[in-house]
Design a protein around this ligand. Structure first.
Ligand code: IVH
Length: 721
């Protein structure tokens, strides 16, 4: 048995390493994330059951292999300094004068560059190859985030052309503004709180312990400086920027050279105008003495260089009138107040609406209809009302009250205990339903192309669809004549589109479990949680009955602080929690960080809030009805077992095993099955491989006769890796 586990562990390590290479180095994933996770979990499980077979080099212990324990610390070869900030043009003039005093009579050309508002990073290239990526940390030592940085597509793993022996290249990792908006829209949909700005989101992403999550966020990077440079040095900052471009390192592209204070200030103002068009967020301009000789002469104070300075732009704000507050109904029925504004231009675009999040937020900021409000864009992207000009009130302003009824269906709205949000709980509310159907069909869910919001709304208006699953009752005759236009200008959906939609619906019945879990719009269960739940359960019925989800909720309750307990009670709870923690670890439903002292300190893969929400949903009438309807329509989401091995080299292949092998035949058969292959007893035309050991007899003859491929044990093992 011990030997079996050993073999399987070795095999899994080899497989995972191969897929890491394909994924990270060749950017050509060989298997799906889910399949990868299944392999990874199996390995982690076997290693935890056999600590004596653990190895430092196992992919479970290294960064690229999924979830890391924590980040290693790494020292910068040259300290990462920060810059002095200023907010005024006078101080820019002071800065230039100070340099002139220190270099009497010299001309000091300056570069003006965007100050990228990202996460500072230092990349070490040795012999032109990226060997390490470290965050700023305290300037001397930072987190080694190499594996995460390797997933950023625009950062070359190898510099192009002539390269120095060693160089630390410095810049910023950022989340593109568009990407920030996309991520937040997804979070909104999933009922999760929005991220505040792209910078923090980028920082959080870079510190993700799982590199695969980092890879899914399209981070970008911009470089502008160097630390250690062993080799020829550039003469100027402008020359260095050209080197970066030659090496195919991404740069900010906008750069001005200024010969005087006046020119520098003109450049700063110009940048202030165009910076909103950049894909990354900027919060200022950086001025640098262009000449590296001059930089060296000027030197640094213990805090910042004397040859550089950051000019920070005021966050752009605008004042406008709040015309009205309307209420939007989301997919989960949440009623969101929205500010309807007199259109106003801010940070590069015209804003006429802004979410006010909830009633409490409105009360806290004392926002009234008719007020003059101050608008800002969170991360230059999402408009937000930051405050009210109460001094400009004339008494005509009206307080906002959350409606007691849903504005779309008129049903009474409720506030669930512990939630700030007010919800319409009418499952048949047309506004909610349209959002729900849209969600059902979206890319990250069932990806049903032909089902846009127009079609959804029509189907709902016609009473053909009252819940997303009603889509599976639709007939060609319901869909084809659907009028998407108006009575005057009709525009029918048509037979072809209707066929396509029906096809897509049929196809969706066997999509992976996580897509279905996501599509069902279970509160708190977004795409990521859906994947995690799916990875731990074979099918939907198992999720509904899940002991794992219940254990996660129970562990959370057991570890919650409770002061009113006796010592004995506390001890007993700890024991129970430890046992539960161990159980979850074994099931692959939790990970343990190095800092965790007790099994109860595990990090569960699925958060207790999501776990609880999922259990509640499956126990509800809606959940039960959903399961019944899955049966009725023959919806069978692809399970872990059938989905996971599709990427393995033997998936779907039929084997016959004969002769004497190094392990019992049944064990090898198990291995084949676990990788998605089939094992049968006799050789036929449909046999793909005969695995033949020593003294193979009639089966070998038969296989030779039928032209079935014959493998010896060595070839077979090769195949698995
Ligand atoms: S030069 C020794 N150039 O802003 C100075 N920094 O607030 C090296 N930053 O520490 C930095 N854009 O993390 C430089 N174009 C740019 C920059 C930039 C953003 C960051 C950097 C710096 C911080 C100072």
């Amino acid at each position: 048995m011990e030997n079996d586990s050993r073999n399987r562990i070795l095999q899994l390590r080899a497989l995972i390493e191969r897929h890491n290479r394909l994924y990270y180095e060749d950017a050509a994933p060989g298997i799906s994330d889910r399949e990868y996770d299944a392999l990874y979990r199996e390995l982690a499980y076997l290693e935890s059951a056999h600590p004596e077979l653990g190895s430092e080099n196992s992919p479970t212990q290294t960064v690229g292999g999924g979830v890391q324990q924590a980040f290693k610390q790494a020292r910068h070869l040259v300290r990462m300094q920060s810059l002095d900030n200023t907010y005024s043009e006078e101080e820019v003039a002071d800065f230039v004068r100070r340099m002139q005093r220190l270099l009497p009579g010299a001309e000091i050309p300056l570069t003006v560059e965007p100050k990228v508002d990202g996460v500072a990073i230092s990349l070490l290239y040795e012999g032109g190859k990226l060997t390490r990526a470290v965050t700023r940390g305290d300037g001397t030592t930072g987190d080694d985030v190499t594996e995460n940085v390797r997933t950023i597509r625009t950062i070359p793993h190898e510099l192009a052309g002539n390269t120095p022996a060693r160089i630390e290249i410095r810049g910023e990792v950022y989340l593109p503004k568009k990407e920030f908006a996309r991520v937040n829209a997804e979070r909104d949909e999933a009922g999760l709180p929005a991220y505040a700005n792209p910078r923090n989101t980028a920082a959080g992403t870079l510190k993700q312990l799982d590199s695969r999550i980092v890879a899914a966020r399209n981070l970008g990077a911009v470089f502008y400086a160097f630390g250690l440079l062993a080799g020829e040095n550039p003469a100027t900052q402008t020359e260095f920027m050209q080197w970066l471009e030659r090496w195919k390192m991404p740069t900010g592209t906008w750069l001005r050279l200024a010969a005087s204070v006046e020119e520098a200030i003109t450049a700063i103002r110009e940048l202030g105008e165009v910076r909103h068009e950049f894909v990354y967020e900027t919060d200022g301009a950086v001025l640098k003495a262009d000449s590296l000789d001059q930089q060296r002469e000027l030197g640094s104070t213990n805090k910042a260089p004397r040859w550089a300075m950051a000019y920070k732009y005021e966050p752009e704000q605008a004042e406008t009138k709040l015309r009205d507050i309307t209420v939007q109904v989301g997919r989960t029925g949440v009623l969101t107040p929205v500010a309807e504004l007199e259109p106003v231009f801010v940070s590069g675009s015209t804003v006429s609406r802004a979410t006010l999040h909830n009633e409490e937020e409105i009360a806290r900021k004392d926002i009234r209809i008719g007020d003059t409000v101050v608008i800002e864009k969170a991360g230059e992207v999402i408009p937000a009302v930051v405050k009210v000009r109460a001094d400009l009130r004339d008494g005509s302003e009206r307080e906002f009250k959350m409606p007691e009824h849903c504005p779309a269906c008129g049903e009474k709205a409720v506030r669930a205990e512990g939630f700030v949000a007010v919800r319409c709980v009418n499952l048949h509310c047309p506004a909610q339903l349209t959002r729900l159907v849209e969600h059902f069909a979206m890319r990250g869910a069932l990806d049903i192309e032909n089902l846009g919001d127009k079609v959804a709304l029509k189907l709902i208006e016609r009473g053909l669809v009252r819940s997303p699953l009603d889509l599976f009752d639709l007939q060609l005759s319901d869909l084809a004549p659907l009028n998407l236009g108006t009575d005057d200008e009709p525009h029918t959906f048509g037979e072809k589109n209707a066929q396509k939609l029906l096809h897509a619906l049929e196809r969706s019945k066997t999509l992976p479990l996580w897509r279905w879990l996501h599509a069902l719009a279970i509160p708190e269960v977004g795409a990521v949680t859906a994947r995690e739940i799916a990875a731990l359960h074979p099918d939907l019925a198992a999720v509904a009955d899940s002991q794992i989800l219940r254990d996660i909720v129970r562990l959370d309750a057991l570890t919650a602080p409770n002061k009113n307990l006796t010592k004995e009670e506390r001890e007993s709870l700890k024991h129970q929690a430890d046992a539960l923690g161990e159980k979850l670890l074994r099931a692959g439903a939790a990970t343990k960080s190095k800092a965790a002292k007790h099994p109860r300190d595990v990090n569960t893969t699925i958060g207790p809030v999501a776990a609880k929400a999922a259990i509640t949903w499956f126990d509800s009438d809606e959940g039960r009805e959903t399961l019944n309807r899955f049966e009725k329509y023959g919806i069978r989401p692809a399970s872990e077992e059938t989905a996971s091995p599709t990427g393995s080299p033997i998936s779907g292949k039929t084997f016959v095993i004969t002769g004497t092998l190094s392990e019992p035949r049944e064990q090898i058969a198990e291995q084949i099955r676990s990788l998605g292959g089939k094992v049968t007893g006799s050789v036929s035309k449909s046999t793909d491989y005969l695995l033949a050991g020593g003294e193979a007899g009639s089966k070998l003859e038969k296989a030779t006769e039928l032209g079935v491929k014959i493998l010896d044990e060595g070839e077979f093992r090769e195949m698995l890796v």
